[in-house]
Structures are given as C-alpha cells and as structure tokens.
Design a protein around this ligand. Structure first.
Ligand code: HEM
Length: 124
C-alpha cells in the first residue's frame, strides 16, 4: 500500500481509518458510539485537530480537556493504552515510518496531558 501524505487529505484518511477501528473495538467503541451523534462532524473535527497539531494549520478550535471530562466516569488509564495501541497500529500501516513516529509521539504527549487533567486533579 502507498503511504498517505502528511497533509490535510492524508490526515483525514488516517483519522477515518483510526475511528473505524475505535468504533469496532470492544473496550473503546461503546464510549464513542454513545457520545457521538454525528460521525461526519466528529471525523471532520478530528481531521482539523490533527492538521492543527502536525501542520500548525490552526484549523481546530476546541477544548479537548472539557470534552473528555464529560466522560470521566467511563475513561480509564487502560483505555488510553488501548487508544494509543490502535493509533500506533493504524499510523504504522498507513504512514511512512518517520510520519508514523511523529504522529505517535504527539499522540502520546497529548494522551499524557489529558490523563493529568482527568485523573490527577487535586480539586475534585
Ligand atoms: C473527543 C473519547 C483519547 C482527541 C472525544 C469524545 C470522546 C472521546 C467520547 C467526544 C466528546 C463529546 O463531544 O462528548 C476518548 C477516549 C480516549 C480519548 C475514550 C482514550 C481513552 C484521545 C486522545 C486524543 C483525543 C489521546 C488526542 C491525541 C480528541 C479530540 C476531541 C475528542 C480533539 C474533540 C474535542 C472537541 O469537541 O473539540 N474523545 N478520547 N482523544 N478527542 Fe478523545
């Protein structure tokens, strides 16, 4: 298979493939399928997010921490490991090795900061 480019089109195709796997996953799937009513909108939002992260396009305007905080009662550290494993699998399959490594590195950092916000707050 030809690797996707690290551009808006490639990142959209990557995001689409990743969330297809997430939705089919026994542990992660139910959380996403319960939370997300409009998958077209969610996939466009996540493609804009990754475009902002990797291409500094500024296309994503949102607040990931409160979006995840809404689902705090269902999200665990083990689910983050599962999320990152699926992300690694999908990026390894669809991107060039350096692009996959960069995407995995960014995801791991963001997952770490989301987990700090979700699980290590002192005031709740
Ligand atoms: C949104 C679940 C990890 C990025 C969401 C939503 C859910 C979710 C349910 C929809 C929120 C709503 O509108 O109700 C999870 C779970 C994760 C996880 C279960 C792992 C256990 C991550 C990671 C990233 C990420 C690691 C980034 C690398 C986002 C973004 C949104 C989102 C950008 C959109 C926020 C917005 O509405 O602007 N996630 N997520 N998520 N997630 Fe995650």
């Amino acid at each position: 298979m030809v690797a996707l480019d690290m551009d808006d089109e490639g990142l959209k195709a990557l995001v689409d493939a990743f969330y297809a796997r997430v939705r089919a996953d026994g542990a992660l799937g139910p959380i996403f399928n319960d939370a997300i009513a409009d998958w077209t909108e969610h996939l466009d939002k996540l493609a804009a997010f990754w475009s902002s992260v990797m291409l500094t396009s500024g296309r994503y305007k949102g607040q990931p921490v409160p979006a995840h905080m809404k689902h705090k009662d269902r999200i665990t550290p083990a689910l983050f490991d599962r999320w990152l494993a699926l992300w690694a699998q999908t990026t390894d399959e669809m991107m060039t090795p350096p692009a996959a490594a960069a995407l995995q590195d960014r995801a791991a950092r963001i997952a770490q900061s989301l987990q700090l916000a979700l699980f290590f707050r002192l005031d709740d």
